[in-house]
Design a protein around this ligand. Structure first.
Ligand SMILES: Cc1ncc(COP(=O)(O)O)c(C=O)c1O
Length: 390
């Protein structure tokens, strides 16, 4: 079977695909169907923090698959109890409850609903360049017009103000605001860390005005930025922390970590058939255990600082800025990023865009320093090569 041809024929078409079929992974490396090896700085778009084919996660999944795969939340379960207890224990916001679901967008969707439920208000404030997912509620919080416009009318009650501008947020948060939804580091929007003053200021205004602060840790969670959650860099304690991506070692799962200001949630107001299924819960217990045992947060902090420094020393007129937090790294270019991504792929490195002109790296956190050196060398080569050929 020609994988690319077959998928091209039958896929919905909504993904922008690269002409490469990846069939295997190990740690921070993946292989295509011809056996060619790549250093993977796409990392499943941030879902592969513990590395591809992590043996502890694989074993937990296999064991749980032989024991019990599906069980809805109308019954209790050992693996679900374990992951709920763990998520509360590591929550950055002193959460006292957890809602389990299946993806980032679903976690966001849930927090939006629960913020409205808890406050009895309807307004949701979000930020320009923010990305929160593509279901109707999450899309209403997402800023990028290209994602939104084909689907209007979206959910009423949403507005956007500039990111990292506390004055504009202060003007926009009123006694009708149910929730304020923010990324600690904007991911899709260009790898932009928020300032301490902005994030803690939002928290204070929300508390003063009775609005719920919803922190989107979908991309920044599970050690990516050098702490278990990016909120910890600032002591940020949101009312809802939405997590997903790497929570379960690459299996689909999401969660909302619910703080004590959120009112009691009554049975049946929200739910999901697959949410909290034992298979995903067992994978999450194993993945989080691995992140803690291997101190992947410390590793991301150290390697991230090293890599950002390494990239900042690249001399290329094509680079506008290198920024990031931990191993969530963006190289803002003075040109469109797609040709550089394609050239990197040719040279054995897979990387992501963030918007039109930012090259984004989200490698598995188990990546070796020597691999990061190789990635930096290839980025330098490709940027200078592009420059010469222009
Ligand atoms: C910050 C952020 N929030 C939400 C989402 C949506 O997550 P999912 O694709 O799992 O629905 C993403 C996905 O990239 C994200 O980066």
């Amino acid at each position: 079977m020609n994988i690319v041809e077959t998928e091209s024929k039958y896929t919905s078409g909504v993904s922008s695909k690269r002409p490469l079929a990846i069939v295997r992974g190990k740690g921070a490396h993946v292989w295509d169907d011809r056996g060619r090896e790549y250093i993977d700085c796409v990392g499943g778009q941030g879902t592969a923090n513990v590395g591809h084919a992590n043996p502890f996660v694989a074993e937990a999944i296999a064991e749980q698959a032989r024991t019990l795969i599906s069980l809805t939340e109308i019954f209790y379960n050992d693996k679900r109890a374990a992951i709920e207890e763990k998520l509360v224990a590591i929550s950055p916001n002193h959460a006292n409850r957890v809602y389990l679901c299946n993806s980032g967008a679903e976690a966001i969707e849930s927090a939006i609903k629960l913020a409205r439920y808890s406050t009895g208000r309807t307004g949701i404030l979000a930020f320009m360049r923010g990305f929160h997912g593509r279901t109707m509620g999450a899309l209403s919080a997402t800023w990028e017009p290209k994602y939104r416009e084909p689907f209007v009318p979206l959910v009423p009650g949403f507005s956007h103000v500039p990111y990292d501008n506390l004055d504009k947020a202060r003007e926009a948060i009123t006694d009708q605001t149910a929730g304020v939804i923010v990324e600690v580091v904007q991911g899709e929007g260009g790898v932009r860390p928020g300032s301490r003053e902005f994030l803690l200021g939002l928290q204070q205004i929300c508390r003063e005005r009775g609005a719920m602060l919803i922190v989107d840790e979908v991309q920044t969670g599970f050690a990516r930025t050098g702490e278990m959650f990016a909120s910890e860099h600032y002591g940020l304690e949101a009312d809802f922390a939405c997590v997903a991506k790497s929570i379960a070692g690459g299996l689909p799962m999401g969660a909302v970590l619910i703080g004590e200001r959120v009112k009691k949630l009554e049975p049946m107001i929200h739910g999901s058939t697959f949410g909290g299924n034992p298979l995903a819960c067992a994978a999450a217990v194993a993945a989080i255990g691995f992140i803690e045992r291997e101190n992947l947060a410390g590793r991301a902090a150290e390697l991230g600082e090293y890599m950002i420094g390494r990239l900042q020393r690249i001399e290329s007129p094509m680079i506008r800025e290198v920024r990031g937090l931990g191993l969530m790294i963006g190289v803002e270019l003075k040109q469109k990023v797609t040709p550089s991504l394609m050239a990197l792929m040719e040279r054995g490195v897979l990387a992501l865009p963030a918007g039109l002109n930012v090259l984004r790296l989200l490698p598995p956190l188990v990546i070796k320093k020597s691999d990061l050196d190789a990635v930096a060398d290839q980025i330098e080569y490709v940027l200078n090569d592009t420059h010469e050929s222009n």
